[in-house]
Ligand binder design. Structure first.
Ligand SMILES: [Zn+2]
Length: 456
């Protein structure tokens, strides 16, 4: 080898080594800031305890828009603005009633909660026989003659064999989302869904249903897992038993709401965007601390630490509070529509919407080359226990960006307790651990730092 060539190679190698060292130091700086001067926890405290749950179209959702806008301004982001989006305005009304009647064991109230977007029964309620099924396919086998005039009870549990509970949720979710319309096609008059959780308790879990156009809209509730097991036993013991449900929910006309966006402008490539986000709306029970108050404050924090530490991004970092993930996804869709219209180049979008638990790594939906590139940073992320950098799912709100080509990335926290709280009155601030929340925010900042510096 010629001497000049050797020198050139050595210089190149030492440049790489210096860069890696810079990255190492900057990641340390990012974590130090988030763990010693972190703002995610006090922000979540305010969002959860002072504002509370944030169902789309509610006054508290409007308050959350204003609060997060003010916070990002207070932290000195370069640009903070609202993006208009029309959202559904569904209201629950007074508390639901679920009652097993005409049973051998007498009448028994069970814990139910209306599914989001469901029509209500109104004050007269609904009384009917119940038929239990384990899947949507079973409806077809049973046919109209067995289903007409009855309430269909979807009772397939989440599969506990999955290690990642999100997979178990995904595997059972069709019953809630599509079940009511599928049942209505066979003449069902109502639907009861086993709550989507692995917990065995008396707390029912809400969540959205989607009515199919042109199909009769029937009222639907979720029943707690303990209630579901009890109902199932009761049906087996007494086929003639009936179920009374009373819900007062209704869908009002759409209202104007907003995605909240805060930016740090890139110093070298300001026209390339890296999005980091969560969804600002929540269900109307509990205060939505894990789902997804945590993701929102982590997204703001992930950008704030750049500002606070003086690490100047090359590309534009954008924290986005998406509105209406839970019962419409209007915010995510509108964000993607506007990005396309403006021809904005998004290179990556990172969402935190799996709870504020201990971060384990990232799930990535991208080309194999991009996945490999992100995985090549494994040694830099491993000291922070971010060891899972795997092919996976980004997030509901960033998914509409897919055809514009960015890597879609989801923060992957430990998933074991998420579905204990998800969509319930138990999803409250006291369930969030300060340190776990902060580690998640720092992890997001760390990854967007590497994407910003290295490109994809
Ligand atoms: Zn969520």
């Amino acid at each position: 080898m010629k001497k000049q060539m050797l020198v050139a190679l050595m210089l190149l190698f030492s440049a790489f080594a210096t860069q890696a060292q810079n990255h190492e130091q900057n990641l340390r700086t990012i974590f130090d800031e988030a763990l010693t001067n972190g703002q995610s926890y006090p922000m979540l405290e305010y969002l959860s305890l002072n504002i509370g749950h944030r169902l789309s179209g509610s006054p508290s959702a409007a308050a959350a828009v204003e609060y997060t806008r003010q916070q990002m301004e207070a932290y000195g982001f370069d640009k903070v603005y609202l993006q208009e989006v029309m959202v559904p305005h569904w209201v629950r009304g007074q508390k639901e009633i679920g009652r097993i009647v005409n049973s051998k064991f007498g009448s028994q109230d069970v814990s139910v909660i209306a599914l989001g977007n469901s029509v209500g029964t109104g004050p007269e309620g609904l009384l009917a026989e119940v038929i239990e099924v384990q899947s949507l396919d079973e409806l077809e086998k049973l046919g109209k003659k067995n289903i007409e005039g009855k309430i269909v009870f979807f009772n397939r549990p989440m599969d506990p064999k999955h290690i990642h509970t999100g997979h178990a949720y995904g595997g059972a979710g069709d019953q809630r989302v599509k079940g009511p319309s599928e049942a209505a096609k066979y003449g069902a008059v109502g639907a009861i869904n086993r709550s989507l959780t692995l917990a065995q308790n008396d707390t029912p879990h809400t969540g959205t249903l989607i009515y199919e156009e042109g199909v009769t809209q029937i009222p639907a509730v979720a029943i707690s897992t303990v209630g579901a097991d009890y109902l199932s036993r009761t049906i087996k013991a007494n086929k003639a038993m009936k179920f009374y449900m009373e819900t007062h929910c209704e869908m009002l006309p759409d209202v104007l709401s907003y995605n909240v966006i805060g930016e740090l402008t890139g110093s070298e490539k300001p026209d390339e965007y890296i999005v980091v986000g969560g969804h600002l709306d929540s269900w109307d029970v509990g205060d939505g601390s894990h789902d997804d108050g945590a993701g929102c404050v982590q997204a703001i924090e992930a950008v704030r630490v750049f500002k606070a530490t003086g690490i100047r991004p090359k590309r534009t970092l954008r924290a986005v509070m998406f509105m209406n993930e839970e019962n419409g996804l209007r915010g995510g869709k509108e964000y993607a529509r506007v990005a396309k219209e403006k021809g904005e180049k998004h290179i990556a979008a990172l969402e935190s919407d799996s709870g504020g638990f201990t971060p384990r790594g990232f799930g990535i939906k991208s080309s194999p080359e991009v996945l490999t590139k992100i995985q090549s940073w494994g040694d830099l992320l491993a000291p922070y226990d971010l060891r899972k950098i795997v092919k996976g799912y980004g997030g509901a709100d960033i998914n509409p960006l897919e055809d514009q080509g960015p890597a879609l990335i989801g923060l992957m926290p430990d998933s074991q307790r998420y579905f204990d709280y998800h969509h319930t009155a138990d999803d409250t601030f006291d369930k969030v651990n300060k340190r776990e929340l902060e580690l998640g925010a720092a992890s997001m900042a760390a990854l967007i730092y590497l994407i910003d510096q290295e490109g994809l």
